[in-house]
Design a protein around this ligand. Sequence first.
Ligand code: BV8
Ligand code: ZN
Length: 252
Amino acid sequence: MSEILMSSAKALVEQSRSLLVLSGAGMSAESGVPTFRDAQTGLWAKFRAEDLATPEAFERDPGLVWSWYQQRRRDLNIVQPNPGHFAVASFGIRHPHCTVVTQNVDDLHERAGSNGVVHLHGELSASHCFSCGATGDQSGQSTESEYPPHCTECSGLMRPSVVWFGETLPAMAWSEAEAAAQDCDLVICAGTSGMVYPAAHLPSIAAEAGARVIQVNIDATALDAIADINLRGPSGVILPELLAEQVGPSAI
Ligand code: BV8
Ligand code: ZN
């Protein structure tokens, strides 16, 4: 990736007074968490993630969908945040006007030290009742059960508290993300294909409000068209350099 592009991007970060970081599955891929574009493995090899992450799939086969999330929960227990997560977290500690909005359902940003992370698509660690919405007792929830437990309120089936395709995003999360996009002067899109809506609208909302857009991705994506600077490469390598504390000009 060219040094000129990186220094231009670092200048935008240095000048920024309000930063939005929008992260996608590629951010967690550096920690070993498969993206939605990656092929499924094991029992779910013959399914696409998009086909499992729907209410219809859960109604059709609750055991299949629940066990897929249980496997992802177990996988998450053995991965760690990567240097990209830590770079975002330490930048956020140095710059209070930095909002982290993620499409990811893992807690890797939080485990790296980011606070107030906005989860557009929910969180894998929580569950609620598919019928009545009760959250029940989340403590010590086993990641081993291969069939969803029953709700203690209405004996309906518990489901993971993630947003499935065809479901609306949590209103609070979306309005916080939209406000951050409208208010920021710079948005960094890290590890997202820009294919899933309405999350994929956020960079355009920011650009239309006058913000500059930096994209960090190993591939070309739908966001190439609106990115002012495209930093091609892994987020775990690029973000630590892009967000490193910039020491002022050395005294002469
Ligand atoms: C909604 C939780 C209103 C579940 C997820 C037609 C056109 C436009 C939109 C639609 C349409 N038909 C339907 C829709 C709406 C639909 C949608 O956008 N569908 C897409 C597939 C076309 N959206 C919805 O349904 C949303 N709700 O719109 O509500 C509504 C209501 C009713 C009816 C209609 C509308 C809800 C969407 C939320 C779905 N849930 N996750 C779970 O996790 O199980 S989304 C899921 O996909 C993940 O959260 C993941 O984050 C996301 C995929 O996006 P990315 O994060 O970008 O990941 P992806 O795998 O795509 O890309 C990874 C990128 O990383 C790649 O670019 C790769 O190059 C890069 N990368 C890889 N490694 C690295 C890297 N980059 C840097 N470093 C690396 N090391
Ligand atoms: Zn219930």
